[in-house]
Design a protein around this ligand. Structure first.
Ligand code: FNR
Length: 402
């Protein structure tokens, strides 16, 4: 509401509410390789186009005189039995130091302020404990102020044990297990530029700060120590990359170990696109399904992520499970579409990465607030009084008669 009344023009760090303009601004301020790393996706990047076209293939049918009061619009959702003021989630993005010096802490602070769950990537530039304290999560938080931990599942169970014990102790509330990135996808922009940000010691802070990793893979000598040589750092980086993306996928039965380590707290599987996988996840006792194709970065030629949502959401909801969707969400209308097709909450990815690059913490906050304002206004103008009013009746497929 505040944004709608006052406008943004020129008064804020980003000065744009349009995804394309924001992306172009970020491109101006970033190193070309870092920009390409974030912007790029797998293969011919046709799946990125499919993420967008899958969203365009559904359209909203506005309804009038529905008694909507925008000031009263209730956007709150319940996830894992807890109330959050918005249906947004911050998707995990690794190696944020290439975007802004304040990196993970800036993103987490912006999300915390807005009551939006912040998902910390395994591949951060800041050790997980420092993000919690730096972003103020260790203080008694308000409603919805939660950080979640995303796991790239290490090939060494000792490292998995250590990372999860640390995450639990630090106060991360939900474990997000990303299943789609046991190897990096075929990403031509990075391959052509010979760019791997992890090799420069970025994105491996959680390993470098891990006592078990240091003991087993660095001969007990921390790569974070002041006199570590460039060779030591490189060797430790390669060891960390080899653990987090080993080139060998896990199997369903292995989830039992994660359940044992994480206890009763929620576990959500990220990267699910097949209904049969969602069924296996439920059988394995998981609490949620995060429908995503990793922003089209893993399987070139894969379907648009939204095409996978509806059947999975129907099934998962019937089992009492939580459904999150991401990949391609850029506007309030996109959020409405994902919610209408069954998501409980919607993950924001690249938009906040560009906001971080251009404006640090303020930039992230502005992107998230702008998306939320667009969502509430668009939902209200199309006749929804609250988030609960959004459903299958809100949409038609492109080409259908309303
Ligand atoms: C990601 N994503 C991601 N996912 C994850 O589980 N762990 C990670 O470390 C990362 N890192 C990462 C880096 C960059 C640069 C991008 C763009 C994406 C995927 C992310 O969580 C989310 O699924 C996508 O960003 C959603 O797609 P859009 O909306 O960004 O296109």
């Amino acid at each position: 509401r505040e944004i709608y009344v006052n406008g943004l023009g020129g008064t804020t760090p980003l000065a744009s509410t349009t995804y394309e303009l924001l992306r172009a601004k970020a491109q101006e301020v970033l190193e070309p390789k870092a920009y390409a790393y974030v912007a790029g996706s797998a293969g011919s990047e046709e799946t990125e186009a499919s993420n967008q076209s899958a969203l365009r293939d559904w359209q909203i049918v506005p309804r009038m005189l529905a008694g909507v009061d925008l000031a009263q619009f209730d956007s709150s959702v319940t996830l894992f039995g807890r109330r959050f003021p918005t249906p947004l989630v911050v998707s995990p993005i690794g190696v944020q130091a290439q975007l802004h010096k304040d990196c993970d802490v800036a993103t987490a602070s912006a999300a915390r302020e807005l009551g939006i769950p912040f998902t910390l990537s395994s591949a951060t530039s800041t050790p997980m404990e420092q993000v919690i304290t730096g972003a103020g999560y260790d203080e008694e938080g308000d409603e919805g102020q939660e950080a979640w931990f995303q796991l790239y599942w290490p090939s060494d169970d000792d490292i998995t044990r250590s990372l999860l014990a640390r995450a639990k102790k630090a106060g991360y509330k939900v474990l997000v297990v990303t299943l789609d990135t046991w190897s990096l996808g075929w990403r031509p922009r990075d391959l052509d530029a010979a760019y791997n940000p992890f090799l420069h010691g970025e994105g491996v802070a959680n390993c470098f700060s891990d006592p078990v990793f240091v003991e087993k893979y660095c001969e007990g000598k921390s790569p974070l120590r002041k006199d570590a040589s460039a060779d030591d750092t490189q060797a430790a980086s390669i060891a960390a990359i080899g653990l987090l993306t080993p080139g060998i996928s896990r199997a369903w039965a292995d989830l039992a170990l994660l359940r044992e380590l994480w206890g009763d707290a929620p576990i959500i599987l990220k990267g699910i696109q097949a209904l049969s996988d969602a069924q296996r996840a439920v059988e394995a006792g998981m609490d949620g399904i995060w429908v995503s194709n990793h922003g089209a970065r893993q399987v070139g030629g894969a379907c648009g992520a939204l095409q996978a949502l509806r059947p999975i959401a129907q099934y998962a909801r019937s089992q009492g499970k939580t459904v999150i969707f991401d990949s391609g969400v850029r506007t309030g209308a996109d959020v409405i579409k994902a919610l209408a097709l069954g998501a409980h909450a919607v993950g924001v990815g690249r938009p906040y990465a560009w906001g971080l690059a251009v404006g640090g913490e303020e930039g992230v906050a502005e992107v998230l607030k702008g998306l939320l304002a667009d969502f509430e206004l668009t939902a209200g103008l199309s006749g929804h009084r609250s988030l609960a009013d959004i459903g299958a009746h809100s949409l038609i497929r492109r080409g259908e008669e309303a």
